[in-house]
Design a binder for this molecule. Structure first.
Ligand SMILES: [Zn+2]
Length: 83
């Protein structure tokens, strides 16, 4: 075998590996059965960004306290109604 064909064999190997992984992803066994479960949000809950160190600016559900403020369900921080 000539050394001139080695780059082409390498390219063919890369394309073959990509084709095999693509086919494997399309296989019926690769799919998850069913869909993700849906849970309805609680009434009155607001999904607000929490700026505490514990929550690191991520969005968590905040439950209403009844006096216009909302408490974070992850860390317990209280936010105002407009914040
Ligand atoms: Zn929080």
């Amino acid at each position: 075998m000539s050394a001139d064909v080695l780059p082409f064999l390498g390219a063919a190997a890369v394309v073959s590996a990509a084709a095999i992984t693509w086919a494997a992803r399309l296989a019926p066994t690769a799919r998850t059965s069913g869909t993700a479960p849906f849970t309805a949000p609680e009434p009155g809950v607001r999904y607000l960004r929490c700026d505490t160190v514990h929550c690191a600016h991520r969005t968590h559900p905040h439950r209403p306290t009844g006096d216009g403020t909302f408490v974070c369900s992850n860390c317990g921080d209280v936010k105002g109604a407009t914040a």
